[in-house]
Design a protein around this ligand. Structure first.
Ligand code: ATP
Ligand code: MG
Length: 243
């Protein structure tokens, strides 16, 4: 791994690039994943690479939705496994959610590598290696999923999700929580709750909000009722406009 000087003003962002390159060399991240990250970086740059008030509000609403869920599932792809495997496993524990590997560019070897990374970070169960169902409307391997996981879930957390998959999940009636830096992506516009924030900042924030709202159903209800996705996305777009 290339040594990044801690004094660099954009240290955090450069470390993430290194994690993705490592993930790519390990066969966890596909080259397309590197491109997707670059698109995300651009939006994050416009936000000043920090968590906004809007992202905090969305995160509280997302946490409230997860607390209400009967069968929550977290969908994990290569970029997510490379960027913050430990935090995603911790999130699954706090949210009592199952982990399912879901890949746009699916191969058995990559699913099994991602599963191993999650297990190394403490996951007891990882779904997705033996898919036994399909998300309606999606052709080929990108629609494959697990009956026990995504198909029977009521709430699905979709970090860095492809727009087509996100829309198909919404059409199935799933409540979805997106983590996506692009406020105009189809994913962002089709999710029940959209957290426009960088993944490695968004996941710990979601964990904090889950812990905070856990014993406080009144506050959880309020966070969800106050949240308006389109209005939240509009405020974020305004923040991003360069003067
Ligand atoms: P659509 O949803 O319309 O298909 P898209 O084509 O931009 O939008 P993809 O390229 O399929 O979406 O998925 C990648 C998305 O994830 C991008 O919108 C990108 O902004 C976002 N993204 C990439 N890396 C990160 C990250 N580390 N944290 C948060 N979001 C990220
Ligand atoms: Mg897309």
């Amino acid at each position: 791994m290339t040594e990044i000087p801690k004094s660099h003003p954009r240290y955090a962002s450069l470390v993430l690039r290194e994690r993705l390159v490592e993930g790519f060399r390990a066969g966890i991240v596909v080259p397309q994943g590197l491109i997707a990250h670059g698109r995300g970086e651009m939006f994050d740059y416009l936000l000043g690479e920090r968590t906004t008030k809007e992202a905090r509000e969305a995160s509280r609403a997302g946490a409230a939705l997860l607390l209400k869920a009967k069968r929550p599932v977290i969908s994990v792809n290569g970029n997510v496994a490379a960027l913050c495997p430990g935090e995603i496993v911790q999130l699954a524990k706090v949210a009592r959610a199952r982990l399912e590997v879901g890949l746009f560019h699916r191969s058995d070897i990559r699913v099994s590598k991602i599963e191993s990374v999650l297990r190394e970070h403490g996951a007891k169960e990882v779904l997705g290696f033996l898919p036994d169902a399909k998300i309606p409307g999606l052709d080929h391997a990108r629609g494959l999923c697990s009956k026990e996981g995504i198909i029977s879930a009521d709430v699905v957390l979709i970090p860095l999700e492809d727009g087509d998959r996100a829309e198909a999940l919404a059409k199935m009636g799933k409540k979805t929580i997106a983590i996506d830096l692009n406020p105009i992506s189809r994913t962002s516009r089709s999710a029940t709750v959209t957290i426009v924030d960088e993944l490695t900042r968004a996941v710990p924030e979601l964990i904090r909000n889950l812990e905070d709202l856990q014993g406080d159903p009144k506050a959880a209800k309020l966070a969800l009722s106050k949240y308006d996705r389109d209005e939240n996305l509009k405020r974020i777009r305004a923040r991003m406009s360069v003067q």
